[in-house]
Design a protein around this ligand. Structure first.
Ligand code: HDL
Ligand code: ZN
Length: 420
């Protein structure tokens, strides 16, 4: 083997890991971002950043106003209201609020001015393409996987006109929650799109639903099929969930040779007045994932769960099934303390054979803080592990550090898709 440059002391080791963790190009394998070709669906800029649903729910903790008062305001007025409550009246120490400050600072804006209109004017001088390029460069993001919904009336025409796969940096994931969680609505949508389906679970309905999935996976060149599931998801069961998974979704994923991604543990709209901000987490049954992996050994599953309480068991399960790839610190877990805790025991249980993070970004500039925080934590955990090896006489090389971080932040995903 070519004699590689070893790293001779611990200080140099940590500096090397920090540098490589901070610069390894990333594939962000689950986001709600869009390529510029999707027009208004691509959210960016100060007012979109401040009206991120995470910040909306946090702001209402400081307000007794009627929810409808907030929703009646313009986006700019909403942003001013949130800025006052979470940044001026109180220190922005939450993950999402601190993240906004990280964005300002990394975009070269004067954080000390605290002048929102200055920040707005600075970004308004840029085009969307300039901002997309600048943010991806700052954040070190090479590839972005979108979340794509054929039932979205704004998004659907982009695909039907053939403009969905224009930007090579952006990839599609076909997201079909309604097929599982709101079948009545899905039947109406499918029928309006020309698929001969009915609420009754007939062979024709199954065949037409498989045709829908197949046609959209092909149209989008979707990398995986994705659904989010409530925490009370049980599998196998004598219910619509299991029938749809076993008789429609998995057969199509097998035929298309793509993973099936399940994001489990959300309880939607526990406070409807908060709209998108009103969802909650709930503990889930990891044995449902175990049954999926065992009953379908040829099918690859990308799995993330929302409750902290499920994380260790899910990581242990990944030791049992190589068709299970756990990913990310999802949603309420995308906070520094949970990323630290989850990354540490995932590496201790699985080595580098998992996908430690995705951003879940909804507004483009969020890539900057969501990845800066995660890169630092993932690098620090790895450095601790390399240091432990060092004390046992094992000297990792810079090439090995680069390989490990490329696996974690990029290649494990593409290798799992058989596209590495
Ligand atoms: O269902 C999902 O993909 C979640 O990520 C939701 O979109 C959630 O609202 C979110 O944005 N989490 O970060
Ligand atoms: Zn998401």
């Amino acid at each position: 083997m070519r004699q590689q440059q070893t790293i001779e002391d611990l200080a140099q080791l940590r500096q090397t890991v920090e540098r490589v963790a901070g610069s390894t190009p990333i594939t962000d394998m689950h986001t709600h971002l869009y390529a510029p070709e999707f027009g208004e669906l691509l959210l960016w800029g100060i007012d979109e950043l401040l009206t991120y649903h995470y910040l909306i729910s946090e702001s209402f903790r400081w307000s007794q106003e009627d929810y409808r008062y907030f929703w009646s305001m313009s986006k700019r007025e909403q942003a001013d209201w949130i800025w006052q409550k979470l940044f001026i009246d109180h220190s922005p120490v939450s993950e999402a609020a601190a993240g906004f400050i990280t964005i300002l600072q990394r975009l070269g804006l004067d954080v000390t001015s605290r002048n929102l209109n200055d920040y707005r004017q600075a970004l308004e001088k840029r085009t969307v393409n300039e901002q997309v390029d600048a943010v991806m460069k700052i954040a070190g993001i090479e590839k972005i996987v979108m979340t794509n919904d054929p039932f979205d009336p704004v998004e659907r025409p982009v695909w039907l006109l053939g403009n969905g796969k224009t930007d090579p940096r952006f990839y599609a994931a076909l997201r079909v929650d309604a097929l599982l969680n709101d079948w009545t609505h899905a039947v109406n949508e499918l029928r309006s799109l020309g698929y001969d389906v009915y609420a009754e679970w007939t062979e024709r309905t199954k065949a037409e639903t498989r045709r829908f999935l197949t046609e959209w996976i092909t149209r989008m060149d979707a990398l995986y099929l994705a659904v989010s599931m409530p925490g009370d998801f049980r599998y196998p069961a004598e219910d619509h969930h299991s029938r749809m998974i076993d008789e429609v979704m998995i057969p199509v994923c097998q035929e298309q040779n793509i993973p099936f991604a399940l994001m489990i543990g959300v309880r939607r709209r526990v406070n409807p007045s908060l709209r998108l901000a009103g969802d909650m987490s709930m503990q889930s049954d990891v044995s449902a994932v175990e049954a999926l992996c065992r009953r379908n050994p040829q099918q690859k599953f990308l799995i993330t769960m929302l409750a902290r309480e499920n994380q260790h068991e899910l990581a242990v399960l990944a030791r049992k099934f190589r068709n299970l790839m756990i990913f990310g610190c999802w949603w309420f877990l995308h906070i520094e303390s949970m990323v630290e805790e989850m990354t540490r025991f995932r590496i201790e249980l699985l080595g580098t054979s998992m996908i430690p993070q995705h951003s879940d970004c909804r507004v483009f500039e969020q890539l900057i803080y969501k990845w800066e925080h995660s890169r630092r934590i993932i690098g620090n955990v790895l450095a601790d592990k390399y240091e432990k090896l060092y004390m046992s006489g094992w000297r990792v090389t810079e090439e090995e550090i680069k390989r490990d971080l490329d696996d974690l932040l990029n290649r494990n995903f593409w290798r799992f898709l058989c596209k590495a």
